[in-house]
Ligand binder design. Structure first.
Ligand code: UD1
Ligand code: CA
Length: 459
């Protein structure tokens, strides 16, 4: 049966990136480039995806698992050589192959389908996807003959002075009929300057005997190749704008959206306001009426309705409805804050739950704790959860008043309706309804200044 295949070239090192990670695994808004590509191919008209891996292949395989078929390029001998490695899996298959680089994360599903459709409609044997850039530097130029037909692709470094002015460039995406593809790839000669086989040479090799055409893409940025850390930032900017626009059109207000980064899987309900310098990523949800930011980072956070989160960090945590967080609070590692809570200035909560209406307004640490409802943590009160070797749990009941600067040394259980006097270091369980005081007796020494300090100062 005639099928549509995708062949992703992702074996290269990405020398221009100057990073440890192989280029195609490099994250754009915290998601590897190659994951964008494969996800979109899965949602397109492509039936099967083959990925050419090579440099640090384990890293890519770890990202894509068994979602694709792998072929290996053991020596990095260029894009033509990379594509040829798929001969064993694709040559006998009836159909067409969409060849694309693994460094082009922005190409939308719709456009992929449009390209495949255009190839079919034009009745081409090879379709190259081109776009026009005012600054075409670093891209291969599309050379056309006097009839306007595509006759060759010349790499930037191989261009004559005249060719350097050509603004129509090669996107690196091609659709080729399978039967012809591998026959032509084998005819490509080594480029002496670079010591590589260029896939782009297919055009000149096919122009006489086959039907070769170009499909121009108007939104050139959708086809940008990411080659260095500057282009990473450009791709992130486009992606950020696109995501933010989607949220704004569905009723999320964003103040200074160019400073706001929202990840792909984040759900934000209409009626939410996001303030400047805010990043929300991972599997995060923000429910209606909440105001997030400014200067806030949330990763895997669930923020219920009508919350306020200012100048704060929230990782892997849940915030109940009508709760205020910050300024300068830090929730992490499974903090599960109840509704109508206040997690205030310089308060850190880790791996702890709180009931409804609990407040820690200033300078507290709550770790490995189970806290009830309507508990008030005085300024500077903390759970002492770590004995230098192990972490221990603190359990605090409902309606507890913890005075300022209290240390609650875990393991510890504090019953309901307990008062703990300011400055106490509590090491033993406190029963329901009691007041606990643990501190030295205050001693006031009369006339201390006049009798002791003043006479000495006179000498
Ligand atoms: C390539 C095109 C250029 C085009 C540009 C578009 C060639 C010779 N040039 O240049 O005309 O304008 O893309 O972005 O094709 N790869 C391998 N094995 C290799 C070499 C590369 O798998 O031996 C993979 C890379 O991992 C990468 C892709 O092929 O994902 C493209 O390689 P890259 O070096 O980025 O090509 P460009 O120089 O950008
Ligand atoms: Ca590239």
């Amino acid at each position: 049966m005639k099928k549509t295949y995708a062949l992703v070239l992702a074996a290269g090192k990405g020398t221009r990136m100057k990073t440890e990670l192989p280029k195609c695994a490099f994250p754009i808004l915290k998601k590897p480039m190659i994951a964008y590509i494969v996800e979109k191919l899965e949602r397109s008209a492509i039936d099967e995806t083959v990925v050419v891996v090579g440099h640090k292949k384990e890293v890519l395989k770890d990202i894509l698992k068994d979602r694709v078929t792998y072929v290996e390029q053991t020596e990095m001998l260029g894009t033509g050589h990379a594509a040829l490695q798929a001969e064993a899996v694709l040559a006998d298959k009836e159909g067409v192959t969409l060849i694309l680089p693994g460094d082009m994360p922005l190409m939308p599903v719709k456009l992929t389908n449009k390209i495949l459709q255009a190839h079919e409609t034009m009745g081409n044997d090879l379709t190259v996807v081109s776009m026009t850039f005012n600054n075409p530097k670093s891209y291969g130029r599309i050379v056309r003959d006097k009839y306007g037909m595509v006759s060759a692709i010349v790499e930037d470094k191989d261009c004559s002075d005249e060719q350097k002015h050509i603004k129509e460039v090669n996107s690196g995406v091609y659709v080729v009929n399978n039967k012809i593809l591998f026959k032509i790839l084998k005819q490509i000669k080594l480029n002496d300057r670079k010591g590589e086989y260029y896939i782009t040479d297919m055009i000149a090799l096919m122009k006489h005997d086959y039907k070769v055409g170009a499909f121009g893409v108007y939104d050139a940025h959708l086809m940008m190749g990411v080659n260095d850390l500057y282009s990473v930032s450009v791709a992130e900017r486009y992606l950020r704008d696109e995501i933010n626009k989607g949220h704004m059109l569905s009723g999320v207000q964003m103040v200074a959206p160019n400073t706001i980064t929202i990840g792909h899987n984040v759900i934000i309900e209409p009626g939410v306001t996001i303030m400047p310098n805010t990043t929300i990523t991972g599997l995060s949800t923000v429910r209606e009426g909440s105001v997030i930011g400014p200067n806030t980072e949330i990763h895997n956070g669930n923020i219920d309705e009508y919350c306020q989160v200012k100048h704060s960090l929230i990782y892997d945590s849940i915030v109940g409805a009508h709760t205020t967080v910050g300024p300068f609070a830090h929730l992490r590692n499974g903090a599960n804050i109840g509704d109508h809570n206040r997690v205030g200035n310089f308060v850190e909560v880790k791996n702890s739950t709180t009931g409804s209406g609990t407040k820690a307004a200033h300078l507290s640490y709550i770790g490995d704790s189970e806290v009830g409802s309507r508990v008030n943590f005085g300024c500077g009160s903390i759970t002492v959860n770590y004995d230098g070797v192990n972490k221990h749990k603190t359990k605090i009941g409902n309606d507890v008043f913890v005075g300022c600067n209290v240390n609650m040394v875990a393991p510890l259980e504090i019953g309901d309706e307990v008062f703990i006097a300011a400055g106490s270091t509590v090491t033993e369980n406190v029963p329901k309804g009691s007041l606990t005081i643990e501190r030295g007796q205050q001693i006031n020494k009369d006339a201390y200044f006049n009798n002791l300090i003043k006479p000495k100062a006179k000498k």
